[in-house]
Design a protein. Structure first.
Lengths: 602, 194
């Protein structure tokens, strides 16, 4: 983030949003990491004068922001699209209370599911919760729209949602820094029960306010400069927003375009007038026919999802082909071995999943790096729905199957995910008395999103020391009598413990604890890579069962094998890439022929 | 300046594709062009196949390259060069690091790494430049500088002076890695000059 000669910065959408929050005078910001939203809070934490934190989950984050707003400071909550589901409870009622200090929620959708379990379109939340939503098309707009959102929030007494998608969040472009603004609201405690205490009598009054507010916002939408028409030729007219606007400009540079900076509520008069002045109207949007449905409900004829795909992300080529039939593609794909993501060399999860793969149980999984335990050769995850679902689901299985199911299913959940949504499920297991076993994959960090600290890490967002949540004590306090901690790199011990706890006729928790190899302190640790000796390797492939990226199979011809002194049946040997190996030792423990060890020894 | 272009970087998560695309983007910006770049973070980064899209010109709208529209592809791994064939068009240029990284199915002996995989490119109207950037980076003394070797080769295809890149690296790369990276960049340029 350094200045260029033109004074413009080169920023990602998320970096631009952090700058926007700083320039808007945000004082308190809370969020939970989630791709593609994570870097907003990470970057904002580097600015002076703004308090930032990682909350245990998105609901807590939004409620923190709401509290800060109630006492009159500008405040921000950040989350990915599925995080909005978790925060939906306070979201819907915050629409009723309104705000004192400006409150903005940044919601990052993930069309194409680059790093998500579903592809929900969160514009629907703006409609359902009756909240205004702004949608920028690039990093420069992201920053400006966030500042506008605070102005709107305080001007109309409403939380405002700013929606991004992966191609805003993780796109880099030029952004001009701007003036720092501030709120005219005074930071103080103000008691206002009619506004803040949402019991039926008060809520019914606020419901009326909500209708009035939406009417006013609809009027504002008609004159909002970011809802703008770029006139071109009148044969084809496009209504679009966000990243889709850029794709339309690229695919049809000469067409007329109505770009909506605010996607809810809609400027009906402007849309109607635009529709009348073009021969054919196309609505171009990723995912749901959100604009299309609401525009059709106005009685306006238009094309939309009859041409434009409703699944996955768009690009200029897809839009052009959908509308004109022209296809720029010269070459078809070539069949190749797939290259899915994989756990890192030395990842502690690998040892746990390898041990678990020997138990022949249904593994109710969860969201995190460890979801990769699903992939072969470990193939040790049988369900993955949402944060916390594994812990609750395994109890449902136990209740459904009764004694028949004992020892046949287990839940796995990461440390951060357990804090996010797993604790209540574990309380349910104990309270409603099932024999379920929960494995907490404790790698000391929220890994998948890029090593953010969590309540069990012992540090806060700035890396300062923080109270460290004690899982063993927590589980015992919940009432779990059997809480065992293992080091997943020690495979035979881990296997033994898993077998015992999974078959136990009472609730139990196994804490699989070893740090993520990408934690800065682990990265600094001196690694002693292992290597294989071909004299000892029998080609049994036991080590390959780990699926470690540092180990690969080297096939040999019978002649080569004979030269190397292999038995006739041996078809190759395992080799370790020393530049990739982290020296975790899992493979060495699996090798029965003493073929894997530290280089000096071999 | 009327020069326009779409550069697709592809390879395996962890090969330094983001830094390579950053250095390239900063250099094009310093040369006065509009630039947009798109990346993917999160799950996609864990050793999987990854890309970064970089587009430059007078005025760039979309941050994404559509299929059939990549003018230059910078492939950090040999098989990945072929995976992104649908992004190339007749006349596309591709710089290929011939270093192989085995995907899980190959590493575990379930599938084989395709032989002569680059024939898929050379048999079509695509200009292929091969080099083993891993070996070059090793000779320079830093295997992690593969990405900057690739930037060095790429720089010979772009309308930006060598000095601009060097200045960008002085500004962007921490001092302890700087000299080795600048050497890697220059070695990359040299292979292109042959």
């Amino acid at each position: 983030m350094t200045k260029k000669s033109s004074d413009k910065l080169w920023l990602s959408g998320n970096e631009a949003l952090a700058l926007g929050a700083y320039e808007a005078g945000v004082k308190v910001a809370s969020g939970y990491p989630g791709t593609p939203s994570t870097e907003i809070m990470e970057n904002l934490s580097k600015y002076d004068g703004v308090y930032t934190e990682w909350a245990p989950n998105e609901k807590v984050g939004l409620e923190v922001a709401l509290g800060a707003s109630f006492v009159g400071v500008r405040t921000l909550a950040t989350m990915k699209h599925v995080g909005m589901n978790v925060a939906a409870d306070p979201l819907f009622t915050s629409a009723y209370t309104g705000i004192r200090g400006g409150l903005v929620i940044i919601n990052a959708d993930d069309p194409e599911m680059h790093s998500s379990q579903n592809e929900q379109d969160n514009r629907n939340y703006a409609f359902a919760a009756k909240l205004p939503m702004l949608e920028p098309c690039d990093p420069a707009e992201a920053k400006e729209f966030l500042k506008t959102a605070y102005w709107l929030s305080e001007g109309y007494d409403t939380p405002v949602i700013v929606r991004t998608t992966t191609r805003i969040a993780h796109v880099k472009g030029q952004v001009a820094p701007g003036e720092k603004t501030s709120s005219s609201v005074k930071a103080e405690i103000v008691k206002d029960a009619a506004k803040f205490v949402m019991l039926p009598a008060n809520a019914r009054n606020r419901r009326k306010f909500l209708t009035e507010r939406m009417k006013k916002l609809s009027e504002f939408a008609e004159t909002f400069p970011e809802n703008r028409i770029e006139w071109g030729d009148g044969t084809r007219g496009f209504i679009t927003s966000g990243i889709s606007y850029l794709y339309v400009k690229e695919a049809f540079p000469e067409a007329s375009v109505l770009k909506l900076g605010m996607v809810w509520p809609l400027p009906e008069k402007m849309i109607r007038s635009f529709a009348e002045q073009v021969d054919e109207l196309f609505i171009v949007e990723e995912l749901d026919p959100f604009l299309e449905l609401h525009i059709k409900a106005m009685g306006i004829r238009c094309h939309g999802k009859n041409f434009i795909p409703a699944e996955g992300e768009l690009n200029a080529g897809i839009i052009k082909k959908a509308i004109t039939g022209e296809d720029a593609v010269d070459y078809a794909p070539v069949a190749l071995p797939p290259r899915p993501p994989n756990m890192c060399p030395g990842c502690p999860h690998r040892g746990l999943f390898y041990s678990l793969s020997k138990q022949k149980v249904f593994v109710a999984g969860d969201i995190g790096c460890y979801t990769l335990g699903f992939l072969p050769p470990l193939s040790s995850m049988d369900s993955c729905v949402c944060m916390g679902a594994g812990v609750s689901a395994v109890h449902g299985m136990a209740k459904a199957l009764g004694e028949e199911g004992m020892g046949k299913e287990v839940a796995v959940i990461g440390d951060s995910t357990f804090v996010h949504s797993g604790i209540t499920g574990l309380i349910n297991i104990v309270y409603n008395d099932s024999y379920s076993t929960v494995i907490i994959l404790d790698n000391r960090i929220t890994a998948m999103t890029g090593q953010q600290p969590n309540p069990a890490s012992g540090t806060n967002i700035k890396g300062e020391p923080a109270q460290m949540l004690n899982f063993e004590a927590l589980c015992r306090a919940i009432g779990v009598k059997y809480v065992v901690t293992v080091n997943p790199h020690e495979i035979s011990e881990t296997k033994k413990v898993l077998k015992e706890e999974i078959n136990r006729p009472e609730p139990s928790v196994v804490i699989s604890r070893a740090p993520c190899v990408l934690i800065p302190s682990e990265k600094k640790r001196l690694k002693v890579p292992l290597c294989t000796t071909t004299e000892n390797c029998t080609g049994c492939k036991a080590c390959l069962g780990l699926g470690c990226p540092a180990i690969h199979w080297v096939p040999v011809t019978p002649e080569e094998g004979a030269k190397m002194g292999f038995k006739e049946k041996q078809k190759g040997y395992s080799e370790i890439s020393t530049e990739l190996c982290n020296g975790c030792g899992q493979c060495a423990e699996l090798c029965k022929f003493d073929a894997i060890g530290i280089e000096e020894d071999k | 300046m009327s020069e326009q272009g779409n550069i697709l970087f592809c390879g395996v998560g962890g090969q330094g594709i983001l830094l390579a695309s950053e250095v390239t983007a900063y250099s094009l910006l310093a040369a006065g062009m509009d630039v947009r770049k798109s990346e993917v973070h999160g799950m996609a980064q864990r050793g999987g196949s990854v890309t970064a899209h970089l587009r430059y010109g007078d005025k760039v709208y979309s941050p994404l390259i559509s299929l059939g529209e990549a003018d230059i592809v910078v492939a950090f791994e040999m098989m990945e060069a072929v995976r992104y064939l649908p992004y190339m068009h007749s006349g596309s240029k591709i710089i290929v690091n011939t270093h192989k990284i085995y995907p899980p199915a190959v590493a575990t002996g379930k599938m084989v790494y395709p032989e002569n995989v680059l024939d898929e490119l050379t048999s079509r109207d695509i200009h292929v430049r091969e080099l083993n950037a891993f070996d070059i980076a090793s000779e320079v003394g830093e295997v992690r500088a593969v990405n900057i070797v690739m930037v060095g080769v790429l720089s010979t295809y772009l309308p930006v002076d060598e000095q601009v890149y060097v200045d960008v690296m002085h500004e962007r790369i921490p001092e302890r890695f700087r000299d080795v990276n600048i050497r890697a960049f220059q070695e990359g340029r040299k292979t292109a000059a042959v």
